[in-house]
Write a protein that binds this ligand. Structure first.
Ligand SMILES: Cc1cc2nc3c(=O)[nH]c(=O)nc-3n(C[C@H](O)[C@H](O)[C@H](O)COP(=O)(O)OP(=O)(O)OC[C@H]3O[C@@H](n4cnc5c(N)ncnc54)[C@H](O)[C@@H]3O)c2cc1C
Length: 381
């Protein structure tokens, strides 16, 4: 097994790092949630460089980047808490390439590639998350339109989005996977309102999204009426290596390590062990992510391998935050902005911020179910 990078890959990584440093910074100013205006400008810079849609085929104006290039880009972006493609480039564009009409492709693909359209995702509802197919937002056909009523929740970035892609219940009498229609809706359509959900670390990255008699032209259906579940399944397949979860833990860990090295006297033996554990786990997470990328580059379809990478990487983010918080003592539990806070409150913030990472994009329990059933052949309970 040869883990060395080639010259091209090293050059590419250096170029990505330099670009991110110049256009976004080093992550010290927070992520996309804290800097939505900069996120839009940054997407335009990515677009000009051909990196916003680097994964798209050349036929659609993309860069046809290899899985390894995409992985390097994701890894470097996560080191600096920089946004990558967003919903438009990562989900909507690829889905339209497969299921969209010619008109839909014409309308959206270039706009997404040029960062003129920012998208958010309306899948989850108060009663439908892990069991997404039980969603209830109702879409009733009325002439050339659908009329929508219902509520979505946890809609990340809705406050900054131009469009939303939404799963709706179009046939309440059909078996639940067969009565779902997938729609694209401009966020300024009358009847759509959003309410931000403020998280415990103070940012409001996601929202409740309400639909009240929202009229959507039927030409905005992706795929076929009542067949939206299968289109959405394509969208959910565009999971990458998951390397960003490991990479997001690395920056804070390196800063913690430096702090620990210079404050060694105050370190208990258990803290030393915890730092060593994190160092090992970062390497494990890195290899789990690289395995997914390797499978993609070999034309294989990762399944439980993606679940392992997602689960381990996100739990590592939480463990690493908890260990840092314990190590820094009471001063580490003070928030950023407090002059007494150890390490500027970074680990207090991280501890609160990472609570959600084992829930977003499929909970740890769901990932374990996938590993157990699809990976290890255990029967469903
Ligand atoms: C940061 C963040 C961003 C998000 N962004 C978006 C977004 O932009 N758009 C969007 O549509 N959604 C978004 N979500 C929602 C996310 O997809 C859901 O939170 C997730 O799918 C879990 O659903 P739920 O919250 O309804 O929990 P539930 O599904 O109700 O789960 C509750 C608990 O039960 C457990 N559980 C459920 N089913 C099983 C089972 N079969 N076996 C074992 N345990 C089980 C879960 O693991 C969990 O611990 C986001 C969530 C987060 C945290």
């Amino acid at each position: 097994m040869d883990f060395a990078w080639g010259d091209e890959q090293r050059k590419f990584r250096a170029a990505v790092r330099e670009f991110i440093q110049r256009e976004w910074g080093d992550g010290a100013g927070g992520g996309e949630e804290e800097r939505p205006d900069r996120a839009r400008a940054y997407s335009k810079a990515l677009a000009s460089n051909g990196w916003l849609t680097m994964a798209w085929p050349k036929a659609y104006g993309g860069g046809a980047a290899t899985p390894w290039e995409q992985m390097i880009f994701a890894e470097e972006s996560a080191f600096a808490s920089a946004p990558t493609g967003g919903q438009g480039a990562d989900r909507v564009g690829p889905v339209l390439m497969i299921h969209g009409t010619e008109e839909q492709k014409q309308q959206h693909l270039t706009a997404i590639a040029e960062a003129r359209e920012v998208w958010c995702q309306g899948y989850s509802e108060p009663g439908a998350g892990s069991d997404l197919a039980s969603l209830q937002t109702r879409a009733v056909r009325d002439g050339d339109d659908y009329v929508l009523n219902g509520q979505k929740i946890w809609t990340s970035g809705a406050q900054n989005a131009d469009w939303i892609h939404v799963l709706t219940r179009s046939d309440p009498d059909a078996p639940k996977h067969r009565g779902i229609t997938y729609l694209m809706i401009p966020m300024n359509t009358p009847g759509i309102s959003i309410r931000p959900i403020v998280q415990m670390h103070g940012a409001a990255g996601f929202n409740e999204t309400f639909f009240e008699d929202v009229r959507v032209p039927a030409v905005n259906v992706i795929g076929e009426h009542n067949r939206g579940w299968y289109v959405a399944a394509t969208a959910l397949d565009f999971e990458r290596s998951g390397i960003q979860r490991m990479a997001a833990a690395v920056g804070p860990f390196e800063r913690l390590l430096k702090y620990a090295q210079t404050n060694a006297k105050s370190l208990a033996g258990t803290h030393r062990t915890a730092v060593a554990d994190t160092a090992i786990e970062v390497e494990v997470a890195r290899l789990l992510g690289y395995r997914v990328t390797w499978m993609q580059s070999a034309g294989l379809v990762p399944n439980q391998e993606s679940s392992m990478s997602k689960m381990f990487g996100s739990e590592l983010q939480q463990r690493s935050a908890r260990r840092g918080l314990n190590m820094l003592g009471l001063a580490g539990a003070l928030k950023p902005g407090n002059p007494q806070a150890a390490m500027g409150g970074e680990f207090c913030d991280l501890y609160m911020r990472t609570v959600s990472v084992t829930i977003a994009a499929g909970t740890s329990e769901i990932q374990r179910n996938i590993i157990a059933t699809r990976g290890l052949g255990l029967p469903r309970g």
